[in-house]
Write a protein that binds this ligand. Structure first.
Ligand SMILES: *Cc1c(COP(=O)(O)O)cnc(C)c1O
Length: 389
């Protein structure tokens, strides 16, 4: 098994994955961003300000909670990393604040973002408000309809939400629009990407900003778990927990969206059922047809409805640092109910995928300690939950 990489190689690659496949107009901006982030991340003043905000504003460290009743029910010792308790209800704020601070440091008054579930849009709008930045958020029309409460939240926070009607009207289309905007406005704009995806340096930078999750786990645990589980959309909550644990002997399991079942073709399992290609500026596992056309992803959870995965996960999979499995929409819904009834916690549908995998595999996990990254809370999914449960 090869080791985790502290930084991708000079071309931005994790092994064969990652890189910088972007239009010429963005190359200078990406190079500048890499230099600026590297210098900020080595500057104790910047890192200190970031950690001060995480503590006083986000409410970190989030608890590491022993889920006794769930453990009893499953016959597996389960701990939850409570990212659902972070300000705005998910891990995404860790990244949005870090990139907002970076925009501020680079003297850029405007940030833009793409959003699927709306969670990254809310996190970015929140960061913009608290840091005094202008903010525009691109969101697919379909997602605008299925995540209406988050659209209102962004607007109340002072962000402009711009609907994207092209393609399937979901996350992938919003990413493309945001990239186009950035290419036009890079002088005054930072593009706050929402996961460990996109061209170098984004996958590395977002991982650095999310690895606070796993760093806290190392400080909070008296004994490391046997297994750590996280859902994987683009993969930011997962890599944030996995990276500090990689190589410690903890088995790392990423749970992708099985949607209506892998066999139906309606799913979001980019590693499990995809192949390497180039998506949104990086080489990585993605869903594509025989001609290399990107396929639509499907998941009950908008946050996992993305046809690719961060390149570092492709690397983790290839070198055996983590393994990737999938859970269907139906199993995820059952996961929501299970956690609600045993622990009084309504998880985000995304996070419920990780819970559901542990429930499904309980017999093979018996006598093990399992850590679940509870990436977010379910408030945003209430409409879907009322309809489906
Ligand atoms: C956005 C989101 C995800 C998926 O994004 P990753 O980058 O894979 O973490 C997972 N859980 C929640 C709660 C989200 O909002």
């Amino acid at each position: 098994m090869r080791a985790r990489l502290h930084r991708p190689d000079p071309r931005g690659r994790f092994g064969e994955y990652g890189g910088r496949f972007a239009p010429e107009t963005l190359m200078t901006a990406l190079e500048e961003l890499e230099v600026e982030f590297a210098s900020a991340w080595a500057d104790p003043l910047f890192v200190g300000e970031y950690h001060r905000l995480l503590e006083l504003y986000v409410g970190r460290p989030t608890p590491l909670y022993p889920a006794h009743r769930l453990s009893e029910r499953l016959g597996v010792e389960v701990w939850l990393k409570r990212e659902d308790l972070a300000h705005t209800g998910a891990h995404k704020i860790n990244n949005a604040l870090g990139q907002g601070l970076l925009a501020h440091r680079m003297g850029k008054p405007r940030i833009i973002a793409e959003t699927g579930a709306g969670q990254h849009g809310v996190a970015t709008a929140t960061a913009a408000a608290v840091l005094g930045l202008e903010c525009q958020v691109y969101m697919g029309e379909v997602d605008i309809r299925r995540q209406a409460p988050n659209v209102s939240r962004m607007q109340i926070l002072g962000a402009d939400v711009i609907g994207v009607a092209s393609g399937a009207g979901t996350l992938k289309d919003a990413v493309s629009e945001a990239m186009r905007d950035w290419a036009r406005t890079v002088e005054e704009t930072q593009y706050v990407i929402g996961s460990v995806v996109g061209p170098h340096p984004f996958p590395w930078m977002v991982r650095e900003l999310q690895k606070v999750i796993g760093d806290e786990v190392l400080r909070q645990s008296e004994q490391l778990p046997d297994v750590a589980v996280a859902c994987v959309g683009g993969g930011s909550n997962a890599i944030g927990m996995f990276w500090p644990l990689a190589g410690t002997g903890v088995e790392l399991v990423g749970v992708e969206a099985g949607g209506e079942g892998i066999g139906t073709g309606r799913h979001g399992a980019s590693i499990g059922a995809g192949s390497p290609g180039i998506l949104h500026g990086a080489r990585t596992y993605m869903l594509q047809d025989d001609d290399g056309q990107v396929l639509e992803a499907h998941s009950i959870s908008a946050g996992l409805d993305y046809p690719g995965v961060g390149p570092e996960h492709s690397y983790f999979q290839e070198v055996g640092l983590a393994r990737y499995v999938s859970v269907t929409d139906r199993e995820a819904l059952d996961g929501v109910r299970l956690l609600a009834l045993t622990e009084g916690i309504i998880p985000a549908l995304e996070s419920a995928h990780a819970v559901a995998w542990v429930a499904r595999e309980a017999s093979s996990l018996r006598h093990k300690t399992v850590l679940i990254n509870l990436s977010g809370r379910g408030d945003k999914d209430m409409e879907m939950l009322v309809e489906r449960l």
